[in-house]
Design a binder for this molecule. Sequence first.
Ligand code: FNR
Length: 181
Amino acid sequence: MKLIALSGSLRKDSINTRICHLMVEAGQTHSLSVDVATLHGIPLYDGDLEDAEGIPAAVTALRERIKASDGLIIMTPEYNAGIPGVLKNGLDWLTRPGDEMKPTFGARPVALAGATPGAWGTSLAQSGALINLRQLGVHLYPGYLRLSRADKALDEAQGRADLVKQLERFLNGFAGFIRGD
Ligand code: FNR
């Protein structure tokens, strides 16, 4: 099974992107391949830009990777209790033009996840994203991955090992949801 993990952070040392890369390792236990994607190269949504130049190449490339997957994991940071603007912007572009929304997102299995150095595991950002995902018509995995103090965990051998185990369980649960177990 092929999954894609999309990080909602552009930062080079992003803990969310690092977790996406750890999913590659964790997925191997259950023969799940994980393609790690970011939102680099996607401009701010501007209807005039869309009219003049069409859909940016970075959006089309990301869309093709999502379509080629059996399921999408959205790995979001939390900014001021919501998802980052870059992630919302990326999702907005991916729904353009309107007739691309259904093949990209309609009934696609999607798992929401997030990591923060803070205490609440991006729960507010993830709850806020539900209204957007409902609009996109995705098939939302009900399992949670809300990682608190993830910066420390990533930098400690035991914390990292525990994270891999947690990610294995999460990915295996999502794969079962996709298979309809
Ligand atoms: C944050 N951060 C943050 N963390 C959190 O748990 N809840 C929050 O509401 C916020 N708000 C917030 C706003 C802004 C503008 C920034 C820049 C940061 C901290 C955030 O979790 C931290 O910077 C993470 O490291 C961001 O994720 P990446 O880039 O490491 O993946």
